[in-house]
Every structure is written in structure tokens, then in C-alpha cells.
Design a protein around this ligand. Structure first.
Ligand code: ATP
Ligand code: MG
Length: 487
């Protein structure tokens, strides 16, 4: 196994030892090595103090007051990795449930390992001569690794009281590694869940993101819910716990909005963060828009209400604008209507215009998640496959003014139009007509039609475009009346 440790990590340790300081590979990387996974980052714990480390490694960066020094690993001019060296430390009282009141350097590895969160994260590896190593395992971390158990080091209750984020970390590791959380540890999470409110939203978001991107994100959300943590992260999802949707499309176990959302996340075919978040949030607007009960319940416009709620949730959690915008787009459009023979190429072009060609596959994935999360067995129904085929077919057709075969300059040159709002109005009408019939997107035809339009008042031209929009809205309403479909 030692041959899995990069040479530069070994050299860092040997150099510390040569200077008279003991040093160990510690934490998550030892866990990952023992699991046969490739560690993401390398952490070294040592008796050396930060200033001593800096003396030994002149090219290092002392990052913070917590005793961690980053060593830049260079290949020529380029930094290829960082090895984080942390001085042994113990933590004193945590009055605020997130930061120790002070960080004290410790004298022994034992002290350092006992302040770590979980037994599987408190293993250390000592290099021996001749490419051998020894594992320091004070808390039966190896046994828990073997039995796939997340267990707090020491008394779970105390550990979660010190740093409430550890509760989310427990769940995060459980779903990343497919481990279960030991009973006392789980009990202590339930007991201390309310302390999550002391934790900064940035740290919460990082853990949530890891849970969502793990191999078992739905199990993660369920654990957050069961332990009482979810109400401090996304209470909007919990609102759906008691909201039933007994429409015949939602089979038994998926008949509440909450269960349907979790099941949709579970079945989400994409591993993209945005798509998974959209699967989890796509119906978050349902509780608010529900009218009536039982078979006759309706959720009109829940996708628009949901898009707004999703935006608020993700803004509060400080996701990037890019992530937020994409999730909102997917939630807002997840009800797009498609039916073979009923919606033609023009209808598909309208969906593409609204969503963007680059997002269509993600939208289809949300729809697949939605469908499977309602309990229907078949993965990709004929209808969605056909929709994909149609998108492909119209993929080079114009859905924006930019894609028209003429532009404002052409109009000014060929029709001697003066610059002004009339040009924009004409292009809008041309686009709406090209979306209806892509064969019209030829320079000659467009100019001919533009010449006709140009003779009219601008108000009249805008009226033509408006009428098109009105027709579209009516068609959408027609689709909405058909109710939500999933087959
Ligand atoms: P990964 O990097 O794969 O997310 P990791 O276990 O390496 O997982 P880090 O956050 O990088 O997690 O932390 C490195 C080590 O520091 C952990 O393995 C653990 O020993 C310790 N540690 C990190 N955060 C905490 C915490 N909040 N409380 C106690 N110990 C912690
Ligand atoms: Mg790490």
C-alpha cells in the first residue's frame, strides 16, 4: 500500500523526521488508502510547530492560525499538488458549537487523533523502513472500516456539541462510502440536530453538495430528515411531508410530495449537481399550489411557484449563480408538454427556444427522474425517446433572432430602413414565423416578408408578434388542462 502514497508525500515525512520531528499520514487519506480508493488530498500531522515547518520547507505557505502549513509540490514551475502539514493539536471548549475557543498544540499523536470526528477518520499511518508501514488505530477505526460503520470518536454527544457540522459530515460519509451510522452516533445526531443553526451556511452547503453528489443522495436526504437536520437546511422540502398527491400516477409509496421528491432524486439518471438538485426540488411548489383533495387535487402552475422557491433556497444556501439559474430553469420547465403526433416540430422548437438546446438533455433527465420517482417502472418511455429524436431533428433550426438568415444590417441595407425599433419588431415576427415553419429561414424569403411587414405601422407589426405569443399561451393552457402526465 505504501507504493500508493506519492513519493512527494513520503519525502515530506522523511524530511520532517530527518529534522527530528515525528510525522504521520493522517485522516481521510489513510481511510481512503485502506479502502483502496485514491485519496483526494494528503494530510500530514507532526510534532513540529508551524514556524518550524516553514523553516524546513522554505517554499511553503502558512495558511491560517490553526497550525496548518501547505507545502507546494512543484513540477518545474507548476504546482501539481499541496500537502497539508498540521501540527498536533487539541481543541479546548467549544462555546459556540462550531469553533474551539482556542487551539492548543499538543505533544502527542494520541491527543491529535482523539480530537478527530469519526473513528474511520482518526487513523494514522507511519512509514517504516523498506517500504513498510504501520497503522496507528486508537479507536478501532479499522474494524469500523471493515464493518462499514460511521462512529464518533469518544462520546458522540460531546463531539456533536463541540462542532455541529460533524452531524452532517456523519451523514455525508455514510452516503459517500455506503456505510451505516452506528446507533449511539445516530441518536446523538437526533439529540443535537437543532445546533446546526449555529453553523455557517458555507460549511452546510459544502456538505450538502457532497451528499447530493454522492452515490446515495436520496438516502442522505432521508437521513437528514429523520435526524431532524433537514429543517435547518431545506425546510421547504419538509412542507411536503403531509401533502398527498393521490392522482393515479403516483403509486402507493410515492404519494406525498416529500416522498416523490426524494424518490425522484434517487432515480435521477444524471450525476450533475444542477440536475440532481432540480430532481429534488422540481415539485417544491406543490404544497403551495394544491387545490382540492384526493383524485381531484390540482397543482396548477406549481412549476412556476416551485422555480421561485427553489431560487430562494439555493440563494440562501449560497450556491453559485450559475447553479441557481440552471436549477431554476429546469424546475420551471419540467412540465413541458410532448406527445407524439400532437406536438410537431414547431412545438419542439418552442421548447428548445425556452430552455436552450444545451439544457434539453438535462431537462429530459429531470423528467425521467420525475417519472421514475412516481413509481413507474420503465426508464425512458417511447414518448421521451421520441422527443429526443425530435430535438435532434430540429437542432439546427433557428430558435433565436441571432439564428435568422438575415439581421438588422441586412434590413437597413436591402430595404433602406432607418435604424430604430421597427427593425427589432420585424425580426421578432420573422422569428415567430420561422419557428412555425423552418423552411422560411432563407434570406430571399425573409427579405420578401420583411418588405411586406415594413409597410405597416410598428404597432401593427408588434400586434402580429403579440398574437403569436397569445396563441402559444393558449396552447400551453390547453396542455395544462390535460393535467400532469407521466407515462
Ligand atoms: P474528504 O477530504 O474526502 O472530504 P476527509 O476525511 O479528508 O474527507 P477533511 O475535511 O479533508 O475530510 O478533513 C481531514 C481530516 O480532518 C478528517 O479525516 C478528520 O480526521 C479531521 N476533521 C475534519 N473536519 C473535522 C471536524 N469538523 N471535526 C473533527 N475532525 C475533523
Ligand atoms: Mg480531505
Amino acid at each position: 500500500m505504501q507504493d500508493k502514497i506519492p513519493q512527494y508525500v513520503i519525502e515530506v515525512i522523511l524530511k520532517l523526521e530527518a529534522n527530528g520531528f515525528e510525522a504521520f499520514v493522517v485522516g481521510g487519506c489513510v481511510r481512503d488508502l485502506l479502502l483502496g480508493k485514491e485519496p483526494k488530498d494528503w494530510d500530514v500531522a507532526t510534532l513540529a510547530k508551524p514556524d518550524e515547518i516553514v523553516d524546513i520547507f522554505p517554499d511553503s505557505v502558512y495558511e491560517n492560525e490553526f497550525g496548518t502549513v501547505g507545502i507546494k509540490i512543484k513540477e518545474g514551475e507548476e504546482t501539481i499538488d499541496m500537502v497539508e502539514i498540521t501540527t498536533y493539536r487539541i481543541e479546548s471548549k467549544y462555546t459556540d458549537k462550531r469553533h474551539p475557543d482556542e487551539v492548543k498544540f499538543a505533544k502527542t499523536l494520541e491527543e491529535d487523533l482523539s480530537r478527530r470526528d469519526f473513528t474511520i477518520n482518526s487513523l494514522a499511518l507511519k512509514l517504516q523502513k523498506k517500504s513498510e508501514y504501520a497503522i496507528v488505530d486508537l479507536f478501532s477505526g479499522q474494524g469500523d472500516l471493515k464493518n462499514k460503520i460511521i462512529r464518533a470518536v469518544g462520546k458522540a454527544d460531546d463531539r456533536f456539541n463541540e462542532d455541529a457540522l460533524r452531524m452532517m459530515r456523519a451523514i455525508r460519509f455514510a452516503v459517500q462510502l455506503n456505510f451505516s451510522i452506528e446507533e449511539k452516533t445516530l441518536e446523538a445526531i437526533r439529540k443535537n440536530a437543532k445546533n446546526l443553526k449555529y453553523i455557517s451556511v458555507e460549511r452546510i452547503k459544502d456538505e450538502l453538495e457532497k451528499i447530493i453528489l454522492s452515490t446515495a443522495p436520496a438516502k442522505g436526504v432521508e437521513l437528514l430528515h429523520e435526524t431532524g437536520l433537514l429543517q435547518y437546511i431545506i425546510p421547504e422540502i419538509e412542507v411536503g411531508v403531509d401533502v398527498t398527491q393521490s392522482h393515479h400516477h403516483y403509486y402507493g409509496p410515492y404519494n406525498t410530495v416529500y416522498k416523490h421528491l426524494v424518490a425522484s432524486l434517487e432515480k435521477c439518471p444524471s450525476d450533475k449537481l444542477e440536475v440532481r438538485l432540480a430532481a429534488l426540488l422540481h415539485d417544491v411548489g406543490k404544497p403551495k399550489t394544491k387545490r382540492g383533495e384526493g383524485e381531484n387535487a390540482t397543482f396548477y402552475n406549481h412549476e412556476y411557484a416551485g422555480a421561485k422557491i427553489a431560487e430562494r433556497i439555493l440563494e440562501r444556501l449560497k450556491f453559485s449563480r450559475k447553479v441557481i439559474d440552471r436549477v431554476v430553469l429546469l424546475v420551471k420547465n419540467h412540465m413541458f408538454y410532448y406527445n407524439v403526433d400532437e406536438v410537431g416540430e414547431a412545438g419542439v422548437r418552442r421548447v428548445v427556444r425556452k430552455v436552450g438546446l444545451e439544457n434539453i438533455n438535462d431537462l429530459i433527465d429531470v423528467r425521467i427522474a420525475d417519472r421514475l420517482g412516481s413509481g413507474v417502472p420503465k426508464a425512458v418511455p417511447y414518448k421521451l425517446r421520441h422527443f429526443k429524436f425530435m430535438v435532434e431533428k430540429v437542432s439546427s433550426d433557428a430558435v433565436s433572432v441571432k439564428q435568422l438568415k438575415i439581421n438588422g444590417n441586412d434590413l437597413m441595407k436591402e430595404l433602406k430602413l432607418a435604424p430604430g425599433p421597427k427593425i427589432g419588431a420585424i425580426l421578432d415576427v420573422l422569428l415567430s414565423e420561422v419557428i412555425e415553419n423552418s423552411e422560411l429561414n432563407e434570406k430571399e424569403k425573409l427579405l420578401e416578408r420583411a418588405a411586406e411587414l415594413e409597410k405597416r405601422e410598428i404597432g401593427e407589426i408588434r400586434g402580429i408578434a403579440k398574437k403569436k405569443i397569445k396563441e402559444e399561451n393558449e396552447r400551453e393552457e390547453e396542455y395544462m388542462k390535460k393535467k400532469y402526465w407521466v407515462e
